[in-house]
Design a protein around this ligand. Structure first.
Ligand SMILES: [Zn+2]
Ligand SMILES: [Zn+2]
Length: 461
């Protein structure tokens, strides 16, 4: 995930911005989503197994987020008016696409857009926000079985991508279903996961898409090496059953026994892959930061990339997910924030969009776009993505010591500062308490051991 951002099913779709009202329209969209078999992405914790416990946690997290003051979010804009019937998304674009050759570096920046209504709708949705790259879900995120791609979806995707000059071979990065856990040990569940994974890859190939991004999987408490071995085996089998698609492992934030939070995990999977031309990595900036890889200063960023190149290898880097983080470095929490408003900050993204090694790769925003109207209604504000794309493009070649950069950075970081300070303090306190508890437990164990030794000595004398 997000992980594709914080959008929830049943909410406004790309290109059809919420009218900010009517439960009826939400219900209608929900019905449409179900019909079309493709739903909006939502924020989920990293464990791939959709357990009841996780659902509760996700719910709790959503609530927790809602409790957070909206200070770290850009001010809510008025919901966009619905596009009139017959008018193309293009004509209604929230921002024009920047010609790539007008940028100082070839950075293809876009977002994870909705494919509700069929995969072909992702194209106008990408055009709508001025994206030069995009991500989408290829099928429903909540169902194991999905109808095959309809002919009109297939034809529509091809025609529209050609018409709008998207090279989907290079700059379209579908996101795998959250249901799929290739590390699954249970035979039946593993077979189900593999079938769905392979089906996704086949969809990519029939759409002419080369890159397919997915979460490596979760060991669900089991040994790491076995989980890695199972993941690699499934990928190898899927490579054999398909021809061209490149399977792209996303780095993870590191909660629980999820695989992929360290560069070493990614390396170890790649080592076991027979066809090295068909395996790659997507770096999610929020996940990397949550897992302890710093990107904030130019030095820290260089160090992280040096690590990546040394451990994984630059040749495997295929894509990026651009997200700021609502939690501090090493928090292991996967909470995406809008660019420049989180713990990463704008300087990190200046580092990212000016790094030559990322040129030509799809860069996908998965930032939250849920906003509230003054009367408390939630709607999806796609203008946020349109603006973030332009902001990131503007950072390319910008002098980070300039007054222009300082003003942008201050504008974005100031509103959420108090909230971030509070979270940072909490994190320090938590770490302190954890250490104190560890010290106490050790002292108690030592005392017990000493008492036992004394008793033994007494008994023998
Ligand atoms: Zn991501
Ligand atoms: Zn993801």
């Amino acid at each position: 995930m997000p992980r594709p951002s914080l959008r929830k099913p049943g909410k406004a779709e790309g290109g059809e911005p919420a009218d900010g009202a009517a439960k009826a329209s939400v219900t209608k969209r929900k019905a449409n989503d179900e019909l079309d078999g493709i739903e909006e992405p939502e924020e989920i914790e990293e464990e791939s197994k959709p357990t009841k416990r996780r659902k509760t946690r996700v719910k709790a997290e959503e609530e927790e987020e809602e409790e957070e003051p909206a200070a770290d979010q850009p001010p809510a804009r008025k919901p966009q008016r619905k596009a009139g019937k017959g008018k193309s998304q293009d004509a209604m674009a929230l921002a024009p696409r920047t010609p790539i050759d007008a940028l100082k570096k070839l950075m293809y920046i876009g977002a994870h857009v909705s494919a509700a209504g069929g995969v072909q709708s992702s194209i106008p949705n990408a055009v709508h926000i001025g994206a030069n790259a995009f991500a989408l879900f290829l099928k429903s995120q909540r169902k194991w079985t999905n109808p095959p791609l309809a002919k009109d979806a297939l034809d529509g995707f091809r025609t529209l991508s050609h018409e709008h000059k998207y090279d989907v071979h290079k700059h379209c990065l579908p996101h795998g279903s959250y249901l799929i856990n290739l590390a699954q040990a249970d035979k039946t569940k593993a077979a189900q996961a593999y079938t769905s994974f392979l089906d996704d890859l086949e969809r990519c190939e029939s759409l002419g898409i080369k890159l397919y991004n997915f979460h490596p999987g979760s060991a669900n408490g089991g040994p790491r090496v076995e989980a890695i071995w199972r993941i690699a085996k499934k990928i190898n089998n899927a490579h054999k059953a398909t021809k061209t698609v490149v399977t792209v492992l996303e780095n993870m934030a590191g909660q629980g026994t999820v695989i992929g939070a360290t560069f070493e995990d990614l390396r170890d999977i790649i080592r076991l892959i027979k066809n090295k031309d068909r395996i790659g990595v997507c770096i999610d900036t929020c996940h990397a930061f949550a897992a302890g890889y710093d990107l904030r200063s130019p030095e820290a960023f260089q160090e992280t990339m040096k690590q990546f190149n040394k451990v994984v290898g630059a040749r495997y880097l295929k894509a990026l997910h651009l997200n700021d983080s609502k939690r501090p470095l090493g928090s292991q929490r996967d909470l995406h924030a809008n660019i420049g408003t989180g713990f990463l900050g704008l300087r990190a993204f200046h580092n990212v969009v000016n790094y030559d090694g990322f040129a030509g790769l799809p860069m996908i925003l998965e930032t939250p776009i849920d906003r509230k109207t003054p009367d408390g209604k939630t709607f999806e504000d796609k203008q946020v993505w349109a603006d973030e794309i332009k902001l990131l493009e503007r950072l390319i070649g910008m002098d980070p010591d300039s007054a222009e950069f300082a003003a942008l950075e201050a504008d974005l970081s100031a509103p959420g500062r108090a909230e971030r300070d509070r979270i940072q303090e909490e994190a320090v306190l938590k770490a302190h308490n954890a250490l104190a508890a560890e010290v106490k437990a050790k002292a108690a164990a030592d005392k017990k051991k000493a008492a036992k030794a004394r008793r033994r000595k007494k008994a023998s004398s």
